[in-house]
Design a protein around this ligand. Sequence first.
Ligand code: SF4
Ligand code: FES
Length: 260
Amino acid sequence: MKFTLHIWRQKDRTTPGRMEIYPAEDISPDMSFLEMLDVVNEGLVKNGKDPIAFDHDCREGICGSCAMVINGFPHGPERGTTVCQLHMRKFRDGEHIYVEPWRARAFPVVRDLVTDRTSFDRIIQAGGYISVTTGGTPDGNAIPVAKERQERAMDAAACIGCGACAAACKNASAMLFVAAKVAHLASLPQGQPERRDRVLAMVAQHDLEGFGHCTNQYECEAACPKLIGVQFIAQLNRDYIKGALKLINKREAETESAAG
Ligand code: SF4
Ligand code: FES
């Protein structure tokens, strides 16, 4: 197969970028999109040119590194699939393919297709953990968890932190990511003690990073390679309201006790 690639090239964070055209020839239909880019890069290096920079790690759909927009779709046009799992047979022979980095203020371009996604790390650091001393490995079944809750936690934990949800959203909202991270802990007994504080802290950090607000566009759900559903955003909103009320009540009690 052969393709004409239109790829975003950008030297660094501050230099303006532009689309450049590259031929991709002798491509096997069984190659992944990243393997096709490897072939193009080998040709560029052979000719003394800078290879196209892109993020990748596991190439198995589990790390969330391979972030790029293909033909206008974050992770490409195949539903529920990361770029590393997208095969060239899904494209037409001779097709023009447009490849760009994530577009969101909170994901600045580092180089070419690579964006800085440490904003997601800071959201996790704000509350996406359980801060109890767990000690040794607990006995199996010491804390019974209903099957429905286990499955809900696992569905939410499938989020690989790729950022496609924010890249797809016209508001660049990362609420689906935050909701998945909040929901997987909120579904388990171990996540209950910090549940309300966690949601307030993570949403505050999300806003601080420059992500936008959710206006129920559902583009996030359509773009998510792990098929995380917007029902987790509904749960996040309920937890957020309960957390905010708890905080208001606490502050009122403190004011009353200070006033004597
Ligand atoms: S919710 Fe989906 S799209 Fe968003 S970061 Fe997680 S896996 Fe990626
Ligand atoms: S390289 Fe890990 S998910 Fe694609």
